[in-house]
Design a protein around this ligand. Structure first.
Ligand code: ADP
Ligand code: MG
Length: 272
């Protein structure tokens, strides 16, 4: 058996979720991008099991396949080979429409660049994923407000992205990811554009969602300091899992924040 399969099975023996069935289970996942003349073998046999309420940091050099992996896990794309069970359901062969439906039900996304609509208020950005859900306008608004409350942005509902700091924009993006009440949040370098205190504030939100709402979190980062907020670190290299280890001395973001100098929010907005 390939080394990476053995590695991931070792990690499975002591999952955070005890004996629960995996939330995410991938076996020998491959992804090849066909560019006509060349083929890019972005994933070369990834096997990994993720249990409910795990918090995983995905690390690895640029080009090692992290984003490709997140896109597959997030049902944004399909593997070239291998199996993917999402909450027990085999989703590796589903059509694009079926993938979209499952994605909307189960998964929230957060990206490095926030990806908010510029001319749209915070609350409208957050309710966007619900627009085609058949939920009434009134309930959409309520759920969007509730999501903004969960990320500490009550009172900023009508602000447009340009009127918010980077950290606040990322919190709007997290609220948008939460509005469908997903069981999984996938975040690809969510703190990549943020200063260190703001990054820890974002990690505090992820830790809280993970602890209080049992949301499974998978987060790509290239910063060791950020990975220490997770419970488990999976290292990619050349499209494979090279290391899969629990975080020994996990850092609690709310405690770290107590030791960091605060930025005056109003100053920050004027600058941003
Ligand atoms: N849409 C795509 N088309 C072709 N090649 C891609 C595409 N996305 C990623 N790749 C290639 O796949 C490899 C892995 O990329 P990626 O998953 O983005 O890595 P990472 O997120 O770790 O930087 C790289 O060689 C990259 O150039
Ligand atoms: Mg990437």
């Amino acid at each position: 058996m390939p080394e990476d399969v053995l590695e991931s099975q070792k990690a499975v023996e002591t999952p955070a979720g005890g004996t629960a069935a995996p939330t995410i289970q991938v076996v020998n996942l491959h992804k090849t991008y066909d560019l006509g003349e060349v083929q890019v073998h972005a994933l070369r046999g990834v096997s990994l099991s993720v249990y409910p309420a795990e918090f995983i940091a995905i690390m690895g050099a640029s080009g090692s396949g992290k984003s490709t992996f997140m896109n597959l896990i997030g049902c944004l794309d399909r593997p070239s080979k291998g199996q993917y069970l999402l909450e027990g359901q085999d989703v590796s062969q589903l059509s694009k429409n079926e993938l979209a439906r499952i994605r909307n039900l189960k998964i929230g996304f957060v990206f490095q660049g926030f990806n908010l609509l510029a001319r749209t208020s915070a609350v409208e950005n957050v309710e966007l994923p619900l627009i085609y859900s058949g939920i009434s306008h009134q309930e959409r608004l309520e759920r969007a407000r509730e999501s903004l409350r969960m990320v500490g942005l009550s009172g900023r509902e009508e602000h447009h992205p340009a009127q918010l700091s980077g950290g606040q924009q990322q919190r709007v993006a997290i609220a948008r990811a939460l509005v469908n009440r997903p069981s999984i949040i996938l975040a690809d370098e969510p703190t990549g554009n943020l200063d260190s205190r703001t990054s820890v504030e974002i990690m505090e939100i992820f830790q809280r969602l993970n602890e209080e709402r049992n949301i499974t979190i998978m987060l790509v980062t290239h910063e060791q300091d950020i990975a220490r907020f997770a419970k488990r670190v999976v290292l990619f290299r050349d499209g494979k899992v090279r290391r899969d280890t629990p975080v020994e001395e996990r850092v609690v973001a709310s405690q770290v924040l107590l030791t960091m100098p605060t930025v005056d929010e109003d100053d920050e907005e004027e600058r941003g």
